[in-house]
Design a binder for this molecule. Structure first.
Ligand SMILES: Nc1ncnc2c1ncn2[C@@H]1O[C@H](COP(=O)(O)OP(=O)(O)OP(=O)(O)O)[C@@H](O)[C@H]1O
Ligand SMILES: [Mg+2]
Length: 447
């Protein structure tokens, strides 16, 4: 039996041939493509992982990863690259890459890392209903915070853990909202019950309802058999509605009903089911503003935000940066079996930076700097890029979670900036025609 089907994307034949040989010998089936365009027409659900080079003709590997993740959010994408640029490594992680292999690639390592990526995804899918076995001290350790603001967050989490009312966790992207939701579950009386997450932002709009509430056989094309939704699977545990601000307006009355009456029907079904789970929701949006502009129902907002907790951005809690650095470095050292530490200059650089992507960005930056530093110390020059062009970094580290249209708009805005507003120059840099840039600008509402 084959141990997975792998798509390798590299314009270097020597690499694709090597990968084919090594992974085939390990029992995997390998398909090669020389560029992202053909990779995008080849990829389908039967693949278990993608290996992607970064510098490819026409479409860059990072954009390729984003496009693949857009269609197949669970597909593990591993970068194989000769580039030593930490910024590119960070950007590829932000785009959704799960691992980064430096060329020249060690054969044994290649097999191991591909295998690991496939297994991790398989385990996480199988564990979507996961019984939270963490005990209180483990969980407490896992949401690290030593600053007064973080201690306040943890205190509040403890106060509300055992209430049945809906919790709304707010905070910028990467501040630890999802982690805090699991933490609240783990210290509540429901800790041995299921914790089920429904990521509203990553589900196609037409599937959100059936993912949440389930569907009956034949309810819509493709509904070949009946399927319980996540609210049902959560039973009397916790249902986590991740990014509730992305909930389509058309579905909001149904969410309001389930929160108010604790009742729902499966799509295509007539039987009314009771919701027994406790709801934790989170968002990085300003829901109050969304109410003002009519994009979020006010009655739903009041229902969702009975117990609000706000996680402040990392830049407002510098004491945490130091604690998080130590934890992440210790974790990376244990994971790789290589003890490495930051030089004092490197540590200072991290403390000075403003972290627009918050803890996730810190984690990604450290992981990349760790991987790319050859010796036992991580020097500050691995981190210089943080201060090159803050605007660029903001864009490159916060791509995940944006729509492709938003990413395109950002790319156009920044390229125009770097070309002093010269559209012809910007179009050439972006590899599109002048006519295209005008069209794209007008579609994106750019002047
Ligand atoms: N206080 C913390 N202690 C330890 N790890 C943290 C902390 N906050 C965040 N992290 C880590 O940072 C990463 C991002 O956290 P998480 O996914 O919970 O953020 P989020 O606010 O849900 O982000 P998004 O808005 O993008 O969904 C995760 O890997 C998480 O484990
Ligand atoms: Mg999250």
């Amino acid at each position: 039996m084959k141990k997975g089907k792998i798509l390798v994307v590299d314009d270097d034949h020597l690499i694709t041939t090597m990968v084919e040989k090594v992974l085939s010998a390990a029992g995997m089936h390998v398909v090669s493509c020389g560029d992202c365009e053909s990779a995008l027409t080849t990829i389908n659900e039967s693949f278990s992982a993608v290996l992607m080079d970064l510098s490819l003709p026409r479409m860059d590997g990072i954009l390729g990863i984003m496009a693949i993740k857009d269609q197949f959010p669970d597909m593990p994408c591993l970068v194989i690259s000769a580039e030593e640029d930490v910024r590119r490594a960070v950007a590829s992680m932000s785009a959704g890459a799960s691992d980064y292999l430096r060329k020249p690639i060690d054969h044994e390592e290649l097999v191991m890392r591909v295998h690991h990526a496939i297994e991790t995804v398989r385990a996480s899918i199988e564990n979507q209903v996961f019984r939270n076995s963490m005990n209180q001290s483990d969980a407490e350790e896992s949401w690290i915070g030593v600053s007064p603001k973080s201690l306040h967050v943890l205190e509040r989490a403890r106060q509300i853990a055992n209430s049945d009312a809906t919790v709304l966790i707010t905070g910028e992207t990467g501040t630890g909202k999802s982690l805090l939701a699991r933490y609240i579950h783990s210290i509540s009386a429901l800790s041995d019950k299921p914790f089920v997450s429904a990521s509203i932002a990553s589900l196609p709009a037409n599937l959100i309802e059936s993912e949440l509430f389930g569907h009956e056989k034949g309810a819509f094309t493709g509904a070949a058999c009946e399927k319980p939704g996540r609210v049902e699977i959560a039973k009397d545990g916790t249902i986590f509605m991740d990014e509730i601000g992305e909930m389509p307006l058309s579905l909001q009355p149904k969410i309001l009903r389930v929160l108010q009456e604790r009742e729902f029907e499966r799509v295509g079904g007539t039987q009314t089911h009771k919701m027994s789970a406790r709801v934790i929701a989170c968002t990085n949006r300003d829901l109050r503003r969304m109410c003002e502009t009519g994009r979020f129902r006010q009655d739903l907002y009041f229902r969702v935000s009975v117990l609000p907790i706000e996680i402040p951005p990392l830049r407002e809690r510098p004491d945490d940066i130091e604690a998080l650095i130590d934890r992440f470095i210790a974790h990376l050292s244990a994971k790789t079996g290589q003890g490495k530490s930051l030089t004092p200059d490197a540590r200072n650089a991290l403390l000075k930076y403003h972290w627009p992507g918050n803890v996730r960005e810190l984690q990604n930056v450290l992981e990349c700097a760790f991987t790319l530093s050859p010796g036992a110390s991580i020097p500050s020059n691995q981190l210089n890029f943080l201060f090159d062009s803050p605007a660029e970094i903001v864009a490159s580290t916060s791509l995940a979670g944006r729509t492709l249209a938003e990413i395109e708009k950002l790319a156009i805005e920044q390229t125009l900036d770097s070309c002093d507003g010269n559209k012809a120059h910007a179009a050439r840099t972006l590899g599109i025609s002048e006519k295209s840039i005008y069209n794209k600008m007008s579609r994106a509402g750019l002047r």
